[in-house]
Design a protein around this ligand. Structure first.
Ligand code: UD1
Ligand code: CA
Length: 488
């Protein structure tokens, strides 16, 4: 969780209540709605991150549906969060009452912010500005509102002739005239704790949904003579929730667009933002270039002047300064400065390529340390291996690490030169400066500086095609070239 050193508001403690008990049935998923990921983090993870940046005094998360999935996830992301269980989903007012009861009475002071767990674009800065406005205005309740083109389904913010907020009416309870209002309740509300403490037990479920509406607190505050008001957020997408997979995709696209925008403003070249996906925890340095069709996922880090793409997926990969990574799929790998990887290369976990090294086309690596300037240029599998600096591995080499039962390591020393189409049968050690012949199967250690040749001497069986492939094009060609049938 990212945190800043600024306190939550200029005036005192903030308690945040995150509602996440709803069913999310429109997702049609085994996975609870708020656990669906966007930009490499769950939806509720994004919300908790925004919330944590306020440095709240307390965070209470209300869970209910699939709480055995949601609860542990929240505890993992924010161990200090209080979990409140809402057994039945009787409305947002009921959910907040459950959260309130889970709080230590001593903590029921200051400002209380209520947010939802399914708004992945929410930013801590917006919450902070809202909370500060609430405190500065000395209100009993503040509404983070938004003006939208299609307000259908939302609670509408009602104002009197003077523009003062008078209440919130839900879609189902609204008159035709009220439904025409385009200022909506985003769902994020701020409360004075003392007012909220009294108001929660005054809520009723006397409405079209038969639910306890948190939004009825606006009316109650007015009855108490407390100021109420709405703080419109310009960037309404920040409070938008994803209720189904189509909305999830739309918000994911928008989140990604924002992440790319930020990196471009930081000095990263992104040739095609439409086909580039970058997770929220990825770090890029200045003058990195991302070519089309690239996904940078997880905790991937790309150092300056590196070029990634086209068509590459890197998850938890470190790319060194000035490296080039072309058409590569990589996971949990480290690529050294000025190294070259690809095209059509598969870097599996534990791959470490040194500075100036190369892992070329149609090469798969796993658990392999490849030294500075070392090269595995073509068509090879390198598993459970160590390759010393400056060594060149010939085309089509297989590091046979698996004997069918156990995996073993191969060590190749510094500045070795191994030839094409070799098999290194692990465990085996090839010394510094050693070499091998083409087609060798290396089962025994090769001492430093030695040339190991394991393929037998070549034997040419004259006239074989003419004799054994009679009537074929091969035999015809051989005969035309002067080959004659001889005895074996
Ligand atoms: C709510 C607001 C509405 C606002 C809209 C914004 C109320 C009465 N209405 O409506 O004014 O415009 O959000 O999206 O507050 N939840 C629980 N427990 C419950 C009910 C809900 O935890 O018993 C959680 C849900 O998981 C969800 C959030 O609260 O995260 C909102 O619930 P939802 O049912 O989506 O509220 P709306 O009817 O959309
Ligand atoms: Ca909703």
């Amino acid at each position: 969780m990212s945190t800043t050193s600024k306190p939550a508001t200029r005036s005192g403690a903030v308690t945040v209540i995150v509602l996440a008990a709803g069913g999310g049935t429109r997702m049609k998923s085994k996975t609870m709605k708020v656990l669906h990921p966007i930009s490499g983090r769950t939806m509720i993870g994004h919300v908790l991150d925004a919330v944590a940046s306020l440095r709240p005094h307390r965070v209470v998360a209300v869970v209910g549906n699939q709480r055995e999935q949601v609860g542990p996830h929240i505890q993992e992301l924010l161990p200090e969060a209080v979990l409140a269980v809402q057994e039945t989903q009787d409305g947002t007012g009921h959910a907040v009452r459950v959260a309130w009861e889970a709080l230590d009475p001593a903590d029921r002071t200051g400002t209380v912010l209520v947010a939802y767990g399914d708004t992945p674009l929410l930013e801590g800065e917006s919450l902070r500005a809202f909370a500060e406005d609430h405190v500065a205005a000395g209100r009993g309740v503040s509404i983070l509102s938004g003006v939208v083109a299609n307000p259908h389904g939302y609670g509408r913010v009602l104002r009197d002739a003077a523009g003062e907020v008078t209440g919130i009416v839900e879609q189902k309870d609204a008159t035709e005239e009220q439904r025409a209002v385009c200022e909506i309740n985003s769902g994020i509300l701020a409360f004075d704790a003392e007012f909220l403490d009294g108001a929660l037990s005054r809520l009723t479920n006397d409405n079209a949904n038969g639910e306890y509406y948190l939004t009825d607190t606006v009316q109650l505050a007015r009855e108490d003579g407390l100021p109420v008001g709405a703080f419109p957020i310009e960037d309404v997408l920040q409070t938008e929730g994803a209720n189904d997979r189509a909305q999830l995709a739309a918000l994911a696209k928008e989140k990604n667009r924002r992440i790319l925008d930020r990196w471009m403003r930081e000095g990263v070249t992104i040739i095609d933002p439409d086909t580039t996906w970058i997770d929220v925890d990825v770090r890029l340095e200045q003058d990195v270039t991302i070519l089309p069709g690239v996904q940078l996922l997880g905790a991937t880090v790309v150092a300056e002047d590196a070029v990634v793409g086209p068509d590459s997926t890197l998850k938890d990969v470190e790319v060194g300064a000035g490296a080039h990574v072309v058409r590569t799929h990589g996971e949990l790998a480290v690529i050294g400065a000025k190294a070259n990887v690809g095209p059509f290369t598969y870097l599996r976990p534990g791959t470490e390529l040194g500075a100036g090294g190369k892992i070329g086309g149609f090469v798969e690596t796993k658990n392999a340390r490849i030294g500075d300037g070392a090269k595995v240029p073509h068509l090879s599998y390198v598993g459970d291996a160590e390759i010393g600096e400056g060594t060149n591995i010939g085309a089509g080499t297989i590091f046979a690490n698996y004997d069918g039962v156990e995996k073993h390591r191969t060590v190749v020393g510094r500045h070795a030169r191994t030839a094409s189409n070799n098999t290194f049968v692990a465990p085996v050690h090839i010394g510094d400066g050693a070499g091998t012949g083409a087609g060798s199967v290396i089962r025994e250690d090769v001492p430093p500086g030695a040339l190991a040749v394991s393929a037998g001497p070549q034997r040419n069986i004259e006239g074989w095609a003419v004799r054994r492939r009679q009537g074929t094009a091969q035999a015809e060609a051989a005969r035309a070239a002067g080959s004659e049938a001889t005895e074996d």
